[in-house]
Write a protein that binds this ligand. Sequence first.
Ligand code: FPP
Length: 253
Amino acid sequence: MLKLLKNWMVKSKSTNNLDIKGGPIPHHIAIIMDGNGRWAKKRALPRSAGHHEGMKVVKKVTKLASQLGVGVLTVYAFSTENWKRPKDEVNYLMKLPEEFLNTFLPELIEENVQVRIMGDKSQLPEHTLKAVEKAVIETQHNTGLILNFALNYGSRYEILQAVENIIKDYKNNEIDGNINEELFSNYLMTQDLKDPDLLIRTSGEMRLSNFMLWQLAYSEFWFADVLWPDFNEDHLIEAIAEYQKRGRRFGGI
Ligand code: FPP
């Protein structure tokens, strides 16, 4: 990893000299990618231009995260509330996963990345679902970083689904009445994934917007003023450097 980092520092125009070599790399990073619209507005461009630029950033960040040894990167690509946006914008956002995968999947496969999706798949347009599921199948045996797309994802919906399924399984005598955290976690869409160690939200907003409410209980939060399309490798390194300074006690002392 030391060599990789050195190479990255040399290749990038990085001006930040943050040293993250000695500290722990977060296993799971979750990102609320916010600010695409404002980025576009500042340039008098349509909102779609901001989303498109944001898509390219996902690829850059995935690559560096993978090289740093991050295990899971969960990105909030579309929330259950995003359907309220104008139809054109929703249609555009639903096309982006296809474009992302058509453009970048070969490179992600070279990086040994495994693609996953979490969210209410039943509401997704067929073309979106088809493209993502194809990538999920094609990468299912990859053993590197898991790139987990939260697509039509909402944490309250996820929790309600979990409760419904627990009740169903209880009634069918598949589980007993001992509902503990481990059991509950297994009914969530993250199932086998560990909880995020680090949450990043861009654009200066400081809220969770219905994202991974259960899973983020003990995560470290890092909010940046940068708009998502301007987020780059330096910001990721900065977030990890900040994470390494935090004392995680998980409620202990
Ligand atoms: C929030 O910014 C962003 C979204 C709702 C969409 C996020 C999608 C991407 C970054 C594209 C990546 C997608 C894939 C499939 C790789 P906003 O539009 O709310 O920005 P604003 O608050 O400035 O208006």
